[in-house]
Design a protein around this ligand. Sequence first.
Ligand code: SF4
Ligand code: MG
Length: 325
Amino acid sequence: ENNIIEIRDLSIEFKLRSGTIRAVDHVSLDIPKGKVTALVGESGSGKSTLASAILNIVSAPGTIKNGSIFLNGEDILRYNANRLRHYRWSDVSMVFQAAQNALNPVMRIGEQMIETVLAHKKMGKPEIIEKASQLLDYVRLEPGRVLKAYPHELSGGMKQRVMIAFSLLLDPQLVILDEPTTALDVITQDYIFDILLKVHKEMNITMLLLSHDISVVARVADRIGVMYAGKIVELGETFEMFENAKHPYTAGLIQAAPSILDDVSENKSIKGSSPNLLNLPTGCAFHPRCEFSTDLCKLEQPRAISVGKDRLAACHLNEKGEMLA
Ligand code: SF4
Ligand code: MG
């Protein structure tokens, strides 16, 4: 088996005062070993909820309604508390959105790294410091200075790199990064992605990146899953997706993405607004925003079908063989 994680038919619901929303709707996804997979979609599309399920930390008012998540063949949703504690950080770690703010402001970085490791396994402090120093060096931080620093002494980009080093402390098989560069300026963003690419290539770390910006993740992701209203509407290799999107929403995201080659005035944003999960459109949830929408689209939800090698898309155009150019 070449997949670290296999998600099968996963649905997650949230009971809110105003009704029940399905944040993740019958999602199946493989995370292949040694690759960078990205999930792209607007905020509210279900990416972070899906990632929290991979760590098995979905909590009230959210519930996993059905489905399984396998780590090398074992269903992690059935793990006991002990196995779960090991699973988180040692098998799969996550850098949460705005994770820099999760650093303890009154503890030095080094002490926090020691504490994190000791919460999960027995290891001598000098050994931990050595490992932490290697990792900090890896993310191009000065270990001697950063281990002794308090979070407020570091810039946003430095704190984000510290969080990446944290996520690697226990040698996980998979690291999930939720909007790893969103709060940072463009130059720092690029720098962080260079580092992630280096970590991926040289340490052979499998990654799952979550982002609202397809152009930002395209630089590092081997494969992209596009999410809309809780579903993966297109999945494929990054290059092929940019060459020939098979779903109008993907095509729209790519067109709206800024590119250094384009004239900015030519970027077209996708019309309309993100769907209201409490009151989803009938049929294809994207139909009110789709220029190809037909009567069938308003009535019937498109199924995800194979549209090429390792490629899936859920759009009626593909069923009729009317691939998008
Ligand atoms: Fe557009 Fe119809 Fe395809 Fe949905 S199914 S994306 S509405 S063409
Ligand atoms: Mg999110």
